[in-house]
Design a protein around this ligand. Structure first.
Ligand code: HEM
Length: 141
């Protein structure tokens, strides 16, 4: 199936990896989520907690196509070889999904507090950094 997809994309003139373009959705949304969450603790900016929460939802939705494209690139470019960085990325992607789902269920952005839920936002950004770093190591060495 992977090769059928890449052959089709080649035929229509697209010869790039798929994953890097999609990574911007979860990466950007997680960065936005934590930034807006922190900004919501400033006087008069409480409403930004809702913006951060919405970033969490969109970032969560973006994880699935991003991970799938990562899987396709891994099969196509790296021959599906199991290496440490790929395993690390899979583990981090699963943990990030769990953390974002937990925020989506538990957080009440109407009354943001500097509590466990805010800590989850910070953990999400650390996981996103880990995914970006291991992805960069894979791509650029
Ligand atoms: C939320 C999940 C993920 C995020 C945010 C993410 C992020 C990234 C980033 C930022 C890069 C560097 C791209 C660049 O060069 O500009 C990258 C590369 C890469 N990632 Fe991921 N990644 C995720 C999940 C996965 C998964 C689950 C896999 C494999 C099953 C994977 C496989 C790869 C591969 C093979 C590369 C090297 C570039 C390529 O050929 O696509 N990633 N990733």
């Amino acid at each position: 199936m992977t090769e059928i997809i890449f052959e089709f994309l080649n035929k229509i003139g697209f010869a790039h990896p798929l994953h890097p373009a999609l990574t911007h959705i979860p990466m950007g949304m997680v960065m936005g989520a934590v930034t807006f969450r922190m900004a919501s603790f400033l006087p008069k900016l409480r409403f930004l907690a809702k913006t951060g929460y919405h970033c969490v939802i969109l970032g969560l939705l973006g994880i699935f196509p991003t991970a799938f494209a990562g899987y396709l690139d891994w099969q196509h470019t790296y021959g599906g070889n199991w290496e440490f960085l790929i395993i690390l990325k899979m583990v981090l992607a699963v943990i990030l999904t769990v953390v974002l789902v937990s925020i989506a269920y538990m957080d009440d952005p109407e009354t943001p507090k500097f509590d466990k839920k805010t800590l989850f936002y910070l953990v999400a950004v650390l996981l996103a950094i880990g995914l970006g770093f291991s992805g960069g190591e894979l791509q650029y060495g």
